[in-house]
Every structure is written in structure tokens, then in C-alpha cells.
Design a protein around this ligand. Structure first.
Ligand SMILES: [Zn+2]
Length: 415
């Protein structure tokens, strides 16, 4: 899940290659470091005072054309590969320094020159040709090329759009495809809410787990503070005010977190309809164990309310979402983190099972093994090694997909 303002979506696939590219990669790495060095040397530092009155040095990165022109000339000295690579290193060096500057200003990084450690080259569309299933990358003009045969790559049948930038490293070539984002496509996604995570499922996205430990900790911290004070408060009425202050602060911080969370979800899943369990009367009255699996009632309500301002929301019936098998419909009594079905043998993460059940409810479909297989097929994606993930759903007991989310998101930092 990537939040992006552009109307293009990019998908990347890796293929393993057998070229001996280390010399070129090392030359590029050194060139990039040289670009960083030169820009770094050109930085002007001005003194400013921050909010706490401390003196700080703020970097002004040189950007004028004269500087860039002479930078290009310096980098071209002794560079025997295509000149285009010099231009990519300049761009890359600037983006490295800009990102360093942002973190430095926030106080997250020191006043230290960034070091290029990884060896990889970004290859722009202008630096390669694609014909008859072969990508030909120009290294030295009219002299040296690297040819990658992707005609048999598994992803060709699946990839949409046009070829974009390539990324080359020692072992892999990453091929990207750019395609226009279709706004009209709308999907459905169902969410299972838990104390420490929000687990979403749709056949398009697969299983997404959003980390809620921050929210959990906010409550935990105040719970401990309150507990410490409560005993004293019965004797000392003045402490009640402190308790009330804590409560308000806790609420504000939780709400702030949920606000950011829901904005993130709405943006990342634009056009989706979001399904949530409604809070049944039973469940609200029943504050026993059954309720413990849920995040607090008020958090849940806030999540649903805030998402409904930003996206379309439907409310779902919580009946058997946790107990029912999302493959065969059998009602089991799950224990612990995984759900095991006594009838069909499905072994699946408990939250994923609930999210699939809720998704099926959104579509108005009863669970069947065939449907389950279809739902699992859609998001098999690709592995980092470029091989297609082998996720036969006959392997219900060993499928890692059923126990690990496809994306695990910690959307932001809050304090
Ligand atoms: Zn089953």
C-alpha cells in the first residue's frame, strides 16, 4: 500500500540475471558518491535558533544552474560510460541530500554527509530499448550493452501498462510497469478490528495488517498512570482533577491517532467500500472475554465514524465472523492466534479468517472451498526472487500466505 498523489501506478518485478555487472555498478556507486561529495562541499550553513532557543546550523543546498553545470563537468571527467548516467547520479544525489536535509531538520539525523553503500543503478527509459522480449541497456554508447531476455518471464502475461524505469543490481534486474490508475474501479474490503491490529481483506489487495500497537500503548500508558493515582485519589480529592486531565489527554491522543489512521486508509484504498462489524447490543453489554479481542468500544466507534467521513462504509453482522470457517462454513471454537477448522483442515490466521468471513458477507456469498481458492489466487503476487509464489491452496496446512499478511503497515509515527 503506497500513498501517492500521482495518477500513475507502478508495479515492479524482479528477474535474476547472470551478467557480470559489478564493475559498472561500482563505478556508478563511486560517481554517485562523488556527486554527493561535491554538492555537500557546496552547502552553505546558516545559523538559526530553534524553538527551544538552541543554535542550529541549517544547510542551504546549492541548486543554481552554474553549480549544476560545473558539477556535471566534474563528474564527466574520467567517466567512460554513457553520459546519461551522470545525469541520473546528479538527480539521485540531490534526492538523497534532500531527504537527509528533511531528517536533519527534524533532528533525526546528524550533520554528516550521506554515504552511498548499496550498488544499484537506476536506468531511465531513454537508456534502453525493448524489442522481441529483450531489454537492451546501453552501458557505453555503441560499444557495450547488457541484454536481458524477459520473453519467458512469468509476469509478462500479468503486467499492464508500459515499461518504465529499470533498476539493476548485482543479481537482479527490477522491471517496472507504469499504468494509469483507473478511478472507476471500486473494490470492497472488510476489516477485523483487534487490540493491536486492524486486519483487512479484499481479493485485490490480499490481507493487509495495519499495526495498532501505538494506539494500544497510548491506552496502556494512561491505564498505568491512572491505576497509580486511583488509590490515592480516594483520599485526596484534588487528585481527581489530575485523573480527569489524564482521561482527556488519552482521548485526544487516541483520536489523533485514529484520525491519521483513517486518512491513511481512505487515501491508500481510494474508491473502496469498507466493511466493519457493527457493535451488537449483546457485545456491548458483554464485557467478558469475548469482548477482549476487540479494541475498545469507543476506539472502534471512532474508527468507523471517521472512515465514513472519508470513504464509503457498510456495517456488517458480527455473528460467527470469528468462529466460522471462511472456507467451509463450519463453526469451530478458535483458540489462540490461529484458526483451525476441524472439518476441512484449514489452518489460517485468526484475524484473516474473520476478515474473509466479513468480506464474503459484503459480497453476499456463503463460504465454499472453491470460492476460498479463488480469493486466495488473486493476490499471490510475486516473490523477491522473481519467481511466482507457489501458493497452492491444497497446501492448507503449510501455506505461509494464510499465516502472514501480504502487507504489514505501520502507517506513521505519533508521539
Ligand atoms: Zn473448514
Amino acid at each position: 500500500m503506497k500513498v501517492s498523489g500521482s495518477s500513475y501506478q507502478v508495479r515492479a518485478y524482479n528477474i535474476r540475471h547472470r551478467h557480470e555487472a559489478s564493475e559498472f555498478l561500482e563505478a556508478y556507486r563511486r560517481l554517485l558518491q562523488k556527486a554527493v561529495d561535491e554538492i555537500w562541499a557546496g552547502i552553505r550553513w546558516i545559523e538559526k535558533h530553534d524553538r527551544k532557543g538552541r543554535r542550529r546550523l541549517i544547510p542551504i543546498i546549492p541548486k543554481d544552474n552554474n553549480f549544476k553545470h560545473s558539477l556535471r563537468n566534474i563528474l564527466l571527467e574520467g567517466w567512460s560510460y554513457s553520459k546519461h548516467y551522470v545525469d541520473s547520479t546528479i538527480k539521485q544525489a540531490y534526492s538523497m541530500l534532500k531527504s537527509w536535509r528533511r531528517s536533519y531538520i527534524k533532528g533525526e539525523r546528524r550533520r554528516e554527509k550521506p554515504v552511498v553503500r548499496k550498488r544499484f543503478v537506476r536506468i531511465k527509459e531513454t537508456l534502453y530499448t525493448y524489442k522481441d522480449g529483450k531489454i537492451k541497456v546501453s552501458i557505453k554508447p555503441h560499444e557495450e550493452y547488457l541484454v536481458f531476455d524477459i520473453s519467458k518471464a512469468w509476469f509478462l502475461s500479468r503486467a499492464r501498462g508500459e515499461l518504465g524505469e529499470l533498476i539493476l543490481n548485482e543479481k537482479y534486474l527490477t522491471v517496472t510497469f507504469r499504468f494509469k490508475r483507473e478511478r472507476e474501479i471500486r473494490g470492497k474490503i472488510a476489516w477485523d478490528c483487534n487490540e493491536k491490529s486492524l486486519d483487512g481483506f479484499s481479493p485485490n489487495t490480499g490481507w493487509i495488517r495495519i499495526d495498532l500497537t501505538k494506539l494500544f500503548h497510548i491506552h496502556r500508558v494512561y491505564e498505568l498512570k491512572r491505576r497509580r493515582l486511583q488509590q490515592k485519589a480516594s483520599k485526596k480529592p484534588s487528585l481527581r482533577k489530575v485523573l480527569a486531565k489524564y482521561s482527556k489527554r488519552e482521548k485526544d491522543r487516541a483520536k489523533d491517532f485514529i484520525h491519521k489512521l483513517t486518512t491513511f486508509i481512505a487515501r491508500s484504498l481510494k474508491g473502496y467500500t469498507h466493511g466493519f462489524e457493527y457493535l451488537s447490543k449483546n457485545r456491548m453489554l458483554n464485557s467478558s472475554k469475548k469482548h477482549n479481542r476487540n479494541i475498545s468500544k469507543s476506539d472502534w466507534k471512532t474508527i468507523i465514524t471517521l472512515i465514513s467521513y472519508k470513504s464509503k462504509v457498510v456495517l456488517l453482522n458480527p455473528k460467527n465472523s470469528t468462529k466460522g470457517c471462511s472456507r467451509c462454513g463450519m463453526v469451530n471454537a478458535p483458540k489462540g492466534a490461529s484458526y483451525v477448522c476441524e472439518k476441512c483442515g484449514l489452518r489460517v490466521d485468526r484475524q484473516l479468517n474473520a476478515a474473509i468471513n466479513l468480506y464474503l458477507q459484503m459480497e453476499g456469498l456463503p463460504p465454499t472451498p472453491r470460492l476460498f481458492k479463488e480469493l486466495m489466487m488473486g493476490w499471490s503476487g510475486f516473490t523477491l526472487t522473481g519467481e511466482e509464489a507457489d501458493e497452492g491452496s491444497n497446501e492448507l496446512k503449510r501455506s505461509p500466505k494464510l499465516m502472514n499478511p501480504k502487507s504489514h503497515v505501520s502507517p506513521f509515527k505519533t508521539t
